[in-house]
Design a protein around this ligand. Structure first.
Ligand SMILES: NC(=O)c1ccc[n+]([C@@H]2O[C@H](COP(=O)([O-])OP(=O)(O)OC[C@H]3O[C@@H](n4cnc5c(N)ncnc54)[C@H](O)[C@@H]3O)[C@@H](O)[C@H]2O)c1
Length: 251
């Protein structure tokens, strides 16, 4: 794979799916800027990637805070070079019954998941357009394709990412920039494991019974899809949703 001096930004890259994506892109040869809001974690993830032979730097920023994002992106640009790839992965997935959902809960989920996507993509995109080559991948969710009880705010934010994908794909179609979304389902990450330990979602074995391939997904499953979408092979693939869900029916 040829990725001469290309820089990839991954939000929420310190844990779970984002960490797997950051590790995979570093392995593919990208210089990776890991952005995460949890103190010290982005730097630690970047140090691990560097120890494994990759090139990475970590930056602490909250995707919902535009000033922090612009500062982190400017630092990544200064440290690593112009941004070529943006992976908007950071999100929260709270559970709350709709009738008990407060406006504050609704707004905060939309601010992180959807406005956070707007922030990171708009902050990085001028580099991609100027280079005449770029890849944007938004990590959405099967929740936007088939619904999710007690997660109306989350599902709405993820549906917003899918619509944003379509809009940006056509707006930047002639700029050499592709925009696609990956829609994961049932990926066994630390946040999912936490919910399981709290008893709010079924066991991994019970979930696997409803997944045609017979297992939950891994961060590496999503990272493989992202690796494809950010490659040179995909200049004619834009505005698409790649569902990575073990064959689960989405309709
Ligand atoms: N795990 C699944 O089954 C699943 C299914 C569908 C979609 N997804 C999507 O995949 C992505 C990653 O999910 P995950 O399970 O790895 O999540 P996770 O909670 O395990 O990790 C999310 C990471 O994002 C960071 N983050 C959270 N809010 C942030 C903010 N405001 N600013 C910067 N960083 C922030 C966290 O610190 C953490 O490192 C999310 O977009 C999620 O919606 C996950």
């Amino acid at each position: 794979m040829t990725v001469p001096d290309r820089v990839a930004v991954v939000t929420g890259g310190a844990a779970g799916i984002g960490l797997s994506i950051a590790q995979r892109l570093a392995h593919d040869g990208f210089k990776v800027a890991v952005i995460d809001c949890a103190e010290g974690t982005a730097e630690a993830a970047a140090a691990d990637i560097a120890a494994a032979g990759g090139t990475a730097k970590g930056y602490r920023a909250d995707v919902a805070n535009r000033e922090q994002i612009d500062t982190a992106v400017a630092a990544a640009r200064a440290d690593l070079g112009p941004i070529a790839v943006v992976v908007a992965n950071a999100a929260v997935a709270p559970q709350q019954a709709f009738l008990g959902m407060t406006l504050e809960q609704w707004n905060s989920t939309l601010e992180i998941n959807l406005t956070g996507t707007f922030n990171i993509v708009q902050s990085c995109l001028p580099d991609l357009v100027e280079a005449g080559w770029g890849r944007v991948v938004l990590i959405s969710s099967s929740s936007a394709q088939r619904g999710a009880p007690r997660m109306a705010h989350y599902a709405a934010s993820k549906g917003g990412q899918m619509a944003l994908t379509k809009a940006l794909a056509v707006e930047f179609a002639k700029s050499g920039v592709t925009v696609n979304t990956v829609a994961p389902s049932s990926i066994d990450t630390p946040s999912v494991q936490k919910k399981r330990s709290e008893g709010t979602i079924p066991s991994a074995e019970d979930m696997a019974k409803y997944i045609p391939v017979g297992r939950m997904g891994t961060g590496q499953d999503i990272a493989g899809a992202v690796s494809y979408l950010v490659s040179d092979d995909t200049s004619y693939v834009t505005g698409q949703t790649l569902s990575v869900n073990g064959g689960s029916f989405i309709g």
